[in-house]
Design a protein around this ligand. Structure first.
Ligand code: SAH
Length: 378
């Protein structure tokens, strides 16, 4: 090491900004942004922080975590549960988050079919026998399109004050760049992956030769997995224990779609009804008035509608009608509103989804409101 390298500089470089663990998570998020995987598994997920960050990536539909330590996973796993807002406004995307208790040294069918597998600061925690099995389990058995592995670069350790042997008491080893790269290249060539090396945490100026503080290998599978090619040797027996599972509400689920459609239909019908009644009232009150003023009253009553809705009510020549205190809002009209249309796709689907949930006219063609009844309630 450079003899002129002073204590001051040591201290400066050991405090990375943002902290290295956050940079590692961001690195994974960037990979997700680049490859848009649908199914992601985090091996050695610990307190689920990375999983929690990944649940906000909209491309991801399946998230799984695995750790050999059940208690550390359970500490914060409820962060992975859906929030009230997720139920109030379900989105199109489906998301299932599952946590498994088990070891990367064992194969379990629940780990098949993933697009991206992340192993952040995991391998240095593995016993020799586990590390030996790791490539076969991850690259051979799980065989995702992408694997990212990060591990400390021991060549950087002399720059970290206080580090004598390893950076953490649970580390079983720490590799320098040559050791990590030859292990990674060997695994990549055996299981038909290409690998690129990078890292996080720059060394200080003049010390570039030590490399990054965290070294990273990004492995990309060379050949696409033949779909439906069930490996005959892949075991079907489950060895991991599922400790947590959350299925997020999604509009792909008929139950949530129906709720969303019913609310939207009632909301839209109410808006149309209100503007219709205001319009009629204005006409009635101003019967003998100057017609231009009457028009301006109608405009005023429409003011509470959004620009789009207002245009629709006027342009689509909506023909809701009031008959003896019953207001009829045709379903066809409601269906022509963008949000309803988008949710249902077809008129037939709209009819099917609201049957029995919304009060309709006897021929089923219109939403009805009994105005008299409503006035009594008020
Ligand atoms: N990936 C996390 C945690 C790293 S610490 C992060 O970046 O913050 C390593 C984690 O690997 C620990 O939670 C430890 O319990 C877990 N671990 C150790 N051996 C394991 C094994 N054989 N299989 C699965 N997880 C293991």
């Amino acid at each position: 090491m450079d003899e002129n390298f002073h204590e001051e500089q040591f201290r400066e470089i050991t405090t990375f900004t943002p902290p290295l663990y956050k940079q590692r998570y961001q690195f994974v998020k960037d990979l997700v942004g680049k490859y848009k995987p649908k199914k992601v598994a985090d091996l050695g997920c610990a307190d689920c922080t990375l999983l929690w960050m990944l649940k906000f990536c909209r491309c991801i539909e399946v998230l799984a975590g695995l750790d050999v330590c059940e208690s550390v996973m359970k500490e914060n796993m409820y962060r992975l549960s859906p929030l009230p807002g997720d139920y109030l406004q379900p989105t199109e995307r489906s998301l299932t988050v599952t946590l498994h208790h088990g070891s990367v040294a064992h194969k379990d069918p629940c780990m098949l079919g993933f697009d991206l597998v992340t192993c952040i600061e995991l391998i240095e925690h593995l016993e020799e026998s586990e590390l030996k099995k790791f490539p076969e389990v991850v690259f051979g058995f799980m065989a995702p399109s992408i694997v990212v592995i990060s591990t400390p670069n021991s060549g950087f350790n002399p720059l970290l004050p206080g580090v004598t042997l390893f950076r953490h008491p649970d580390h079983k080893f720490e590799w320098n760049r040559g050791q990590f790269q030859s292990w990674a290249l060997e695994a990549a060539s055996r299981y038909n992956y290409s690998v690129e090396f990078t890292g996080l945490g720059h060394p200080p100026t003049g010390m570039e030769n030590v490399g990054f503080c965290t070294q990273i290998g990004v492995f990309v599978r060379k050949y696409p997995q033949a779909s439906g090619s069930a490996h005959p040797e892949k075991p079907t027996e489950a060895v991991y224990k599922t400790v947590f599972k959350a299925v997020y509400p999604s509009l792909k689920d008929e139950k949530y779609l129906q709720n969303a459609v019913v609310s939207e239909v009632i909301f839209t019908a109410q808006i149309i009804k209100q503007s219709l009644l205001d319009h009629l009232l204005a006409e009635h009150e101003e019967y003998n008035d100057d017609p231009t003023e009457r028009k301006s009253k109608f405009q005023l009553s429409m003011n509470f509608l959004s620009e789009d809705l207002r245009k629709l009510v006027v342009e689509k020549n909506i023909e809701p009608c009031v008959n003896e205190n019953v207001v009829y809002i045709p379903l066809k009209t409601i269906f022509s509103f963008p949000k309803v249309n988008q949710l249902c796709g077809t008129f037939e689907r709209l009819c099917k989804l609201i049957t029995g949930k919304v009060t309709l006219s006897s021929d089923g063609s219109a939403v009805i409101f009994n105005n008299e009844h409503e006035n009594e309630e008020n």
